[in-house]
Design a protein around this ligand. Structure first.
Ligand SMILES: [Zn+2]
Length: 307
C-alpha cells in the first residue's frame, strides 16, 4: 500500500558490520518511531552525556571524508549518507537509530544492504501526511569549480556530473527522479569509490582502516581493482547521486526540487541546504496530498504521489 502518509518500519532491524574509518565492528538498531519524530541517532555507547543526534542539516559538523553529524555535547556519528539515502529512497520518515560507535556500518559501500534489511520487516503506514520541503526559487552554491544548483520542480529530481582523468571514470552525468522504484533500480547498489594511493594515505593517518575491496570500488593506474568489476558502467556518478540523496534528506524531509551537482561532494551538499534555509523566500513546507486515484500496481514504496 503506497501513500504520501508518513512511514516508519514494522519492526526493529539490527545491522552489524565494520566501520569504514575506525575498522571496528559497529552494531546499529533501526527502531520504529512515531509520527513527526523524524530520523534520530542515539549513541548507545555514550552513557555519561547527551547521546541524541537528530539527522538534520544544521547538525552536520564535518564533511571531509563523509557526512558527520553531532550534538552540543560532542557526540558524533559519521558515514550516515548511505543509510540516509536508503531511508529517503524507501520513504522512511520516522526512525530511531541506536548505534554503539561513531560511524554507520560500511556494508558493501552502497545503500542496498540497508534497503534489503528494511524491506525484510517492511514499512508501516502512519496517520499523518508526509511534510516536504518545496523549493520556491533557484539557488546555487559554488566553490573552486564545484557547484550545486537547486531549482523548483514538482518532483524530487537528482542530477549530477563528475569528471576524473582516470580512464575508467572520465566524464559521467546521470539524472533520476525518486519515483517508480528508480532509487532501488538505478541508485541503491552503486558503491562508494576511491583511489589506491588515497587509501594508503588515509591509512597512514589512521583513517579508512575498515576500507577494503569488500566495501568500496578501488582504482589504481591500471583500472578497477575489484575482481567483480563494476555494477554499472557509470557506477561512480550513480554513487554521487546516492550520496546527494542521503545528504539532502538532512533537510528534515524530502526536498521537492531539482538538485544538480557539478563535481559536488558532501560539503557542497550541506552548503546548498544552508543556502536554502538561509531565506524564508527560498522554500516552504507542504503536506503531500493523499492520493486516492493512482493505480497501486504502478507505485512502489517511497514514491512521491500526486493526485
Ligand atoms: Zn558515498
Amino acid at each position: 500500500m503506497i501513500s504520501n502518509m508518513q512511514h516508519t518500519i514494522n519492526d526493529t532491524v539490527t545491522i552489524s558490520d565494520i566501520g569504514l574509518h575506525s575498522g571496528e565492528i559497529i552494531t546499529m538498531k533501526l527502531i520504529p518511531a512515531a509520527e513527526n519524530h523524524g530520523i534520530i541517532f542515539i549513541r548507545s555507547d555514550i552513557t555519561d552525556g547527551d547521546n541524541v543526534i537528530p539527522a538534520l542539516w544544521n547538525n552536520v559538523v564535518d564533511t571531509k571524508l563523509c557526512t558527520v553529524i553531532g550534538n552540543k555535547s560532542g557526540a558524533v556519528v559519521g558515514t550516515i549518507e548511505h543509510l540516509m539515502s536508503a531511508l529517503r529512497g524507501l520513504g522512511v520518515d520516522n526512525l530511531t537509530i541506536e548505534i554503539d560507535g561513531a560511524e554507520v556500518p560500511a556494508m558493501d559501500g552502497s545503500a542496498m544492504p540497508f534497503v534489503e534489511a528494511i524491506e525484510e520487516v517492511g514499512l508501516k503506514t502512519q496517520s499523518l501526511p508526509k511534510r516536504a520541503i518545496k523549493v520556491l526559487k533557484g539557488i546555487s552554491v559554488e566553490n573552486n569549480g564545484t557547484y550545486v544548483h537547486l531549482t523548483p520542480d514538482s518532483k524530487s529530481s537528482f542530477a549530477g556530473e563528475i569528471e576524473f582523468e582516470h580512464g575508467d571514470i572520465g566524464y559521467q552525468r546521470f539524472e533520476t527522479q525518486l519515483l517508480n522504484g528508480n532509487f532501488k533500480h538505478d541508485i541503491a547498489s552503486a558503491r562508494t569509490f576511491g583511489f589506491f594511493h588515497e587509501a594508503q594515505w588515509l591509512r597512514s593517518q589512521g583513517l579508512g582502516l575498515g576500507g577494503s575491496l569488500d566495501n568500496a570500488i578501488i582504482l589504481n593506474d591500471d583500472g578497477v581493482m575489484n575482481s567483480e568489476g563494476l555494477r554499472f558502467e557509470n557506477e561512480f556518478i550513480r554513487h554521487k547521486l546516492l550520496d546527494a540523496i542521503g545528504d539532502l534528506y538532512l533537510a528534515g524531509g524530502q526536498v521537492l526540487g531539482l538538485y544538480d551537482g557539478i563535481k559536488a561532494g558532501h560539503s557542497m551538499n550541506n552548503a546548498i541546504l544552508h543556502e536554502l534555509f538561509s531565506c524564508d523566500d527560498n522554500w516552504e513546507y507542504i503536506d503531500l496530498p493523499i492520493s486516492q486515484t493512482k493505480s497501486k500496481q504502478t507505485l512502489l514504496e517511497g514514491d512521491l504521489v500526486f493526485a
